[in-house]
Every structure is written in structure tokens, then in C-alpha cells.
Design a binder for this molecule. Sequence first.
Ligand code: ADP
Ligand code: MG
Length: 401
Amino acid sequence: MDEKAKVAKKTVQDIEVEGKVVFVRVDFNVPLDMRTGAITDDSRIRAALPTIRYLVDHRAKVILCSHLGRPDGKVVEELRMGPVAQRLSQLTDLPVSIVSDSIGNQVQEAADDLKNGRILFLENIRFHAEEEANDPSFAQALAKLADIYVDDAFGTTHRAHASTVGVAQYLPAVAGLLMEKELTSLTGILTNPEHPFGALLGGAKVSDKISLIHSISDKIDVLLIGGGMAATFLKAQGYEVGFSLIEADKEDLAHQLLEVAGHNGASLLLPVDVVVSDSISEQAAGEVVQITGIPPNKYIADIGPQTVELFSQEIKKCRTIFWNGPMGVYEIPPFTRGTRALVELLANVKATTVVGGGSTAEIVEEMNLTHKMTHVSTGGAASLKFLEGQTLPGVAALLDR
Ligand code: ADP
Ligand code: MG
């Protein structure tokens, strides 16, 4: 990544941490098996390891804080942080102590007793309703535990909560290394992408992605559109799209975007063939048709093989590619093919590849190809808001470099 794209926020490497109590907000909101309570995917924990290792190696006293699930301001036994702390301990091979609350005397004592290079894990922060309410006295109580605030939870930066924004008002606040990587990668493609720069967009609805398309349309050279949202664009161009969801009020916008793309010299490519089906269900069978022959009583459920080929040719010409949104209803086996083919391709091109969005990151992770991409954002919704140019309160709260 270019130096110019370097993040404008101070990071944990810009301050002295030795002997300091450092309050680190992480996003360890990991998926749990509802039946056994076991952690089914620990990639969010792994993603924050560089920051934790850095702090431990530099002899800081580390307090970790995260939310888990949606306890809605009360204690929910199934959502205690114990198993997460235990997994962290296994992954780092370090002892991790836990406390049964996130503020109060017991917590303060544990924080005061922390030795350099040791880790203390607070209880699920959302057991307190004051967290999501960004209650100032709660934020102050959190701040009292520590000397420095580090935010490594990019996925919660679009929410102004006590542990993501409130606490930053009372302590020097800097980015963790994962946060830095998120900001550097996402800022990099916005400010300094190597051209040709292509965006591959999919997902269910155009309305979810309109602002994103607007904000990147003057930066990209080619826009490839698949997924459910392609139907609105195809319809705007006069094609029959059957039962596919059309956002009638967005049809006009789709028209405008087709023009905007044209004005900016970016080419916009839509599917040339699609997989259609009578229904979107496990039992459904897919059938490949050209876009000129979409039956009026079927749904578009995936892009077709010719489209995969067409998009692949374009992607191979690019030096930077941003991808958000599956190409089809990837959750259902007959309709995963288009998405999977393009994930495989992105994993194997030499270009800078940046992936954003919750479902999109999940697919790459499921296919075990995260390490083959330049950056897969852990940010979900936050990554898209960032690329739309929105100010994320959790990022704004950090000190400028
Ligand atoms: P992300 O979370 O990565 O931003 P989205 O939420 O925009 O992605 O899109 C994910 C959803 O889009 C998936 O649930 C997928 O089933 C749906 N989707 C993709 N293609 C289609 C389609 N042709 N018809 C209906 N839904 C689709
Ligand atoms: Mg989504």
C-alpha cells in the first residue's frame, strides 16, 4: 500500500504503552452454536491478535472489552465472555484473567493489580444498558480503569456507544493495528487506487448500495453488477426480469447511474446470462438463460457462466478490485456457483483485492480464502459506510496523527 494512504489517526505504535493500563475495545462478537455455546468461528479473535501481541510484547497492562450477541442491557448467562477469553488464551498461549462485570470495585481492583504484559478480560459490555446509550458516567467509569484507550473494533465504529466513543473523550484514544489495517486498506482504494480499478457489486438490493456506487463511481474504471440488484439495472435497460425484485423507484436511479458511469468514462457491465428458477428454495432447480430470454414467471437467482467469464476477463485487467455483495443467492446450493467462481478468481489474481460487507466477508471466510485477498474487512456495515464517505463516530473519536 502506498505511503500516502497511511492512516491519519494515531495508532498504538505512536504512543508509549509500557507500564500503562490500556483499555482495548475489540470486536469479539463471535458466532456461537446455539445448542452447545461453542464458538463456531474465531476469526474475529484472530484478527485482533496483532494488537494484543504488540501490547503484551511492549509490556502494557491490557484490559480487553467486547460485546457478544444482543443481551439488551441485562445479564444473559449464555452470553458471558468466559469461553471467548478462554479461546483467546489458547490462541495466544498467554494467561487471560476474567472478571464478572465491566465496572465497579472488583474490576477496579483487578485492573490495579495487573502486571506488565498481562491481560484482563471484562464481562460482556452490553450487559449494561448504559453501553448502547453511550451514558457519560458509564464511559467515565470505564475510562477510570485505564491510562490509554485503543480501539481495534472497526466493526462497531458506526455506532456511538460508551466503549467505542464515550470512553475516548476521557483518555488518549488511538487505533489498534487491525483498525489501522482497515483504515489504510479502505482509504487506499478511495484515494490512491492503482488503475484500472474495478468494482464488483452484488447483493439483494440496489437501495442498499446506491450511496456506495455514487461515492466510488468517479474513481473506478469498470463497474460489474451481479446479484439481485442486477435485475433493477436490467429492467432499466428494458429487459424482462420475471418475478425478480425490482425497486421501481430505483429504476430511474439505475438509469442515472448507467449515465454517470458513462460520463466518468467508467464502463458498466451487467450480466449477459443468468440462472433463473421457479422459486428460491433448497428444492429449486436452476436453468441458465440469456438476459433476452428471462421467462416472466421466474426469479433471477445467480449470474450465468458467460457472465462469470465476462466478469473474469474484466477483473483480470484490473490492478485494484473492490468486491461487495454476492452474485446470487449463495446460501442455497444451486445458486452459489457464480459467487464462488469469482471468489476463486479474486483469490488468485495479482491485483490489490479488497472485500467489504458482512455476507461477502463470510463467503470468503467459508471458502478459506481470506488470506489470499489483500484485505477482507471485518467491518461489515461499517466498511460500506466508510466507503460511502460517512463519518464513523468510532473513527472520528481517535486522535489525529
Ligand atoms: P453484504 O452483507 O456483503 O453487504 P448484502 O447484504 O448486500 O451483502 O447481500 C447479501 C444477500 O444478497 C444474500 O443474502 C443473498 O442471498 C442476496 N442475493 C444475492 N443475489 C440475489 C438474487 N439474485 N436474488 C435475491 N437475493 C440475492
Ligand atoms: Mg448484508
